[in-house]
Ligand binder design. Structure first.
Ligand SMILES: NC(=O)C1=CN([C@@H]2O[C@H](COP(=O)(O)OP(=O)(O)OC[C@H]3O[C@@H](n4cnc5c(N)ncnc54)[C@H](O)[C@@H]3O)[C@@H](O)[C@H]2O)C=CC1
Ligand SMILES: [Mg+2]
Length: 340
């Protein structure tokens, strides 16, 4: 069946082509910081720090009433830590995220050992659960915070070597950990996940897990098994979850997703024959799966905030920065074009 699949690759813009100026030097700078502890320690002194408390990012409200992640100056963080009784070594546990367009190194730091309210007061912000943050932040900021949280989580859960049981030690950037006994090097891990928007040419297929917020539906997704290609994983997941065989696949885009423990989401569109759309939903995986018309999707894309308790249920979709939202939006645009 796979050999008859049509796989279409879409031309996706490389981040470098969006803003050419300085991209190469910034990427080389970040790479140097990962490899050279002394340079990274120096960059930390002049860097920006995104604070987390037990993996929840610190957000500040802007004058316009929107939210942004607090990007604090390193020396300010040091002063705050000292005022709150930390011995000062905590700052060195910061993990490198990236480099801003202003050429400032960006780090994340979890201050979970300090009193949450005291830090919030000092920083004039609030630590907000990451999932909630995703509904409050803009498209550019959410991935940065997600990346920071994923790196911090990896460090917090990788203190010991899985082969020797001995402690591992990180480099200054936090881009790797090394077993103190065997020297085995560990790098941050992601699990590949395929996410697919299936269409029958007129409607698209969305499903919901019982753990989703009320009324929320998303594209079908599933972890890739060891040894599987993206296409094989996609066909298997669609078959397992809704009992359909896909006919063609086209790649859309990818995304790092911090839940449940760092996934690498590979987003695709797929089609099924209009003559073969009868769903056989596996209810151990999905609470429900349904075909939605362009009209239903268009109005769901307009829903900006989830319905409150007591309000009638409406269809709503994952937040803007979720790749599921992108796939659904892409489908709606193409569908409108083909129907006009
Ligand atoms: N960014 C986005 O737009 C969206 C992201 N997602 C993410 O995709 C992920 C996968 O979707 P699901 O339907 O839950 O996957 P799934 O259909 O593969 O089912 C999850 C089950 O797969 C098993 N599994 C196999 N390998 C695993 C691994 N490496 N890590 C964890 N569990 C593994 C576990 O038994 C787990 O309960 C979700 O965790 C979710 O966070 C899902 C929808 C939208
Ligand atoms: Mg699934």
């Amino acid at each position: 069946m796979l050999s008859s699949l049509r796989i279409l690759l879409s031309a996706t813009k490389c981040p470098a082509t969006r803003r050419c100026s300085g991209f190469v030097s910034r990427m080389r700078y970040v790479n140097r910081l990962k490899e050279d502890d002394a340079s990274c320690a120096a960059a930390l002194q002049n860097g920006r720090i995104f604070l987390f408390h037990r993996l929840s990012p610190l957000l500040q409200r802007t004058e316009r009433g929107t939210f942004r992640p607090a990007a604090l100056i390193s020396s300010d963080v040091q002063a705050i830590l000292e005022r709150l009784g930390s011995d000062g070594s905590l700052l060195r546990e910061s993990v490198l995220i990236n480099c801003s367009e202003q050429n400032q190194a960006q780090f994340c730091l979890d201050v979970g050992e300090l009193d949450q309210e005291a830090v919030e007061e000092e920083c004039e912000g609030n630590f907000v659960d990451l999932r909630k943050s995703f509904f409050l932040l803009s498209g550019a900021e959410a991935p940065l915070v997600a990346q920071g949280q994923a790196l911090l989580r990896w460090h917090q859960t990788s203190r010991f070597c899985s082969a020797t049981g001995q402690l591992t030690h990180r480099n200054q950037a936090g881009s790797q950990r090394v077993c103190s006994s065997s020297g085995t090097v560990y790098y941050p891990k992601m699990s590949p996940v395929v996410i697919v928007l299936v269409s029958d040419g007129k409607r698209c297929l969305l499903g919901r897990q019982s753990s989703f917020p009320r009324g929320m539906y998303s594209a079908l997704a599933g972890f890739c098994d060891m040894g599987e290609s993206l296409e094989e994983a996609l066909c298997r997941e669609v078959a397992e979850e809704v009992g359909l065989e896909v006919q063609s696949i086209s790649y859309s885009s990818s995304q790092h997703w911090p839940f449940p423990h760092s996934s690498f989401m590979l987003g695709c569109h797929a089609s099924v024959s209009p003559a073969d759309t009868q769903l056989d939903v596996d209810h151990t995986e999905l609470e429900d799966a349904r075909w939605f018309s362009l009209e239903e999707i268009s109005s769901a894309l307009q829903v900006k905030t989830p319905p409150r308790r007591g309000e009638p249920p409406v269809l709503w979709l994952p937040p803007k920065h979720a790749i599921a939202n992108r796939l659904i939006t892409e489908w709606a645009v193409r569908q409108r074009e083909s129907e006009s």
